[in-house]
Write a protein that binds this ligand. Sequence first.
Ligand code: 13P
Length: 252
Amino acid sequence: MARVPILAGNWKMNCTLPESEALAGELYKEIGQLDDREVIIAPTTPALTAVARQIDGSGYKLSAQDLHWEDSGAFTGEVSGPMLVAAGCSHVIIGHSERRQYFGETDGRVALKVKAALRHKLTPIVCVGETLEERESGETLAVIERQVRGGLDGLDANSIAGLVLAYEPVWAIGTGKVATPQQAQEVHASIRSLVAELANAEVAAGCRILYGGSVKPENVDILMSQEDIDGALVGGASLKAADFARIVRFQS
Ligand code: 13P
């Protein structure tokens, strides 16, 4: 089954509202309209509505960087699924390693958030990844399996078909150290077999699994040529319009 590639830019905690509008505008100028790949932009929460307006008609999708699992209530500082939908989002990143590392995100919370996103027809981009210590002690595949099982806990095949997964080795994020195509492919293939077990073979064959961690114009082509890498989740390089445009236009 052909999987449409996804190129997603996670802006993290960067860009004020006017800067976000300017960057979204520049991106459209550099990339233009594409129909053989999906472009997703994940700005900060205060910039979502403005960027939604900016990319209206471009075909690009808008993603949030996190959400709360309740729809509303006394949860100071949090943002809910209905709010993201109203702001124009179609996607939401869940379980990013920075949230796991700095904000106490657990697999259990990831599972609650995934269910909340699906309930509101937001496509979750569920992130998993091992630390350097875990890789060096040979635990990579076990850690990834635990995170995928934990994050997708309680979902049926239909729900699993509605999400995107992202493998982001923690040691490759923002460090300039990219996983080798073989290292990434090995983990992506193991995630796909796990999806087959948790859902079924058809869902696994259609599931988009993105790679993230120091993706740059120089390495995107070789990463995208791997059989089980279906796209990229890009941090630093997504803040430079020309670099992100080259990543979107990967050739494999
Ligand atoms: P970098 O591309 O800056 O390494 O970040 C990757 C990432 O965390 C995307 O979510």
